[in-house]
Design a protein around this ligand. Structure first.
Ligand SMILES: O=P(O)(O)OC[C@H]1O[C@](O)(COP(=O)(O)O)[C@@H](O)[C@@H]1O
Length: 411
């Protein structure tokens, strides 16, 4: 048995065929056993020195539903979840997830920090600042800082052959023998950041295509990065909001974890999350109403009057931050959409479609299933519709829902 990594309060050991993840017990007060319905609101301030974590412990792979959870002291961390006793995703992917979640915690702390973009990495990995022509450090925008953080973590993982990011014109080749390809939008919704609106990181993971190894670096970097979403082996997002939520799927359900700031762990809070088959919310920038095609206008006019298939009057919610709008849709149901060709297939549409499908919903460009599209270019944009299966079926029945007019909007 060999020690692989000590990171983020976890020890990762390799044995012949597997990776073992250990989390040393922290010296905080042990909470009494809690019921499955225990929430932090039940915490009695007089009897505990710190609030107990949600006490959900997942059983073995295939049993990841809430009825199979047993309540016990402690909680299932993300790193435990991916290990032998949880989804057992394998050693390489465990190490990758460990680095990705660490990067996202760094981003979470920066976006919530008063010093924000002025933060300097100080770790020698060129995060947080760049030099001006006068030689002085100038702050980088937060989406570039986030990009640097993720790239730095992926490099350190040793598990990634290539990273393609919305922030980079071309994919970055990292190492020839990395088993994985990572695509990412490092900080989506960053146009809202000054107003402290929620933002998010989106990522997708593919296997490196070994048959491309013979190509030159540029070609293999690109072709590995534009794999069809149907080939994703994992995808997720991290929402930076009042809570920091990491939602992930390895192809057998979608699972949400909440960052426990007292321990620094992502704790499993919504195992096997299921999107309701129907919601009562539509989410779209309806300032664009007069640029929409007839079908989309009719759909929205119909559901907001309660004249759709469910006969319920729909409400509108639109944050204009994709991860936040998507996360709410996953929890409450309904549809979230951007009908113009704006969002990116590789970095946004594919990972989120993978997650919504794994939660029982659907992702489409208004005509075809997102995960069946073969990207033709890295930064390809398309209309995107994600949501509950019944709502998506109703919306798509209006046919004409893709916005063709795209005049370019100032805000
Ligand atoms: O301006 P629109 O069409 O409402 O688009 C808003 C969407 O664009 C995004 O801001 C992403 O756009 P960028 O990739 O240009 O940042 C999403 O977070 C949001 O859902």
């Amino acid at each position: 048995m060999a020690l692989l990594v000590f990171q983020d309060q976890h020890l990762l050991f390799s044995t012949k065929n597997s990776i073992l993840v250990f989390r040393p017990k922290l010296s905080r007060s042990i909470s009494p056993p809690l019921s499955l319905h225990h929430t932090r609101r039940n915490w009695n301030h007089s009897s505990e020195s710190s609030p107990p974590s949600l006490c959900l412990r997942a059983s073995k792979r295939g049993n990841m539903n809430s009825t199979k959870l047993t309540a016990e002291v402690g909680a299932t961390t993300l790193m435990e979840f991916v290990g032998k006793e949880g989804e057992d995703v394998g050693g390489d992917l465990t190490i990758l997830v460990s680095h990705l979640q660490y990067a996202c915690k760094r981003i979470a702390s920066i976006v919530a920090s008063p010093i924000g973009v002025e933060i300097s990495g100080g770790s020698g990995d060129d995060v947080g600042s760049s030099s001006s022509s006068a030689g002085r450090d100038v702050p980088k925008p937060l989406d570039i800082v986030s990009n640097d953080i993720i790239l730095s973590s992926l490099k350190k993982s040793g598990k990634v052959a290539v990273m393609a990011s919305e922030e980079d014109e071309s994919p970055v080749w990292i190492t020839d023998d990395g088993p994985f390809v990572v695509v990412t939008d490092p900080l989506d919704g960053s146009r809202n950041i000054d107003a402290s609106i929620p933002t998010g990181t989106i990522f997708g993971v593919y296997n490196r295509l070994k048959e491309l190894d013979v190509l030159n670096v540029e070609e293999k970097a690109l072709l590995n990065s534009i794999q069809s979403g149907g080939r994703l082996i994992a995808a997720g997002y991290v929402l930076y909001s009042s809570a920091t939520i990491l939602c992930i799927s390895f192809g057998s359900g979608t699972h949400a974890f909440t960052l426990d700031r007292s321990t620094g762990d992502f704790i499993l809070t919504r195992p096997s999350l299921k999107i309701p088959a129907r919601g009562q919310i539509y989410s779209v920038n309806d300032g664009r109403y007069f640029d929409w095609p007839d079908g989309l206008r009719k759909y929205i006019d119909t559901v907001k009057q309660g004249k759709g298939r469910s006969s319920k009057k729909y409400s509108s919610r639109y944050i204009c931050s994709l991860v936040a709008d998507f996360h709410r849709t996953l929890l409450y149901g309904g549809v979230t959409m951007n009908p113009r060709s704006h969002l990116r297939l590789v970095y946004e549409a594919n990972p989120l479609s993978f997650l919504v499908e794994q939660a029982g919903g659907r992702g489409s460009d208004g005509q075809i299933r997102i995960l069946s599209i073969q990207p033709s270019e890295l930064h390809q944009r398309l209309p995107l519709f994600l949501g509950s299966s019944d709502d998506m079926a109703e919306l798509e029945s209006y046919d004409d829902i893709q916005q063709k007019i795209n005049p370019g909007y100032q805000i």
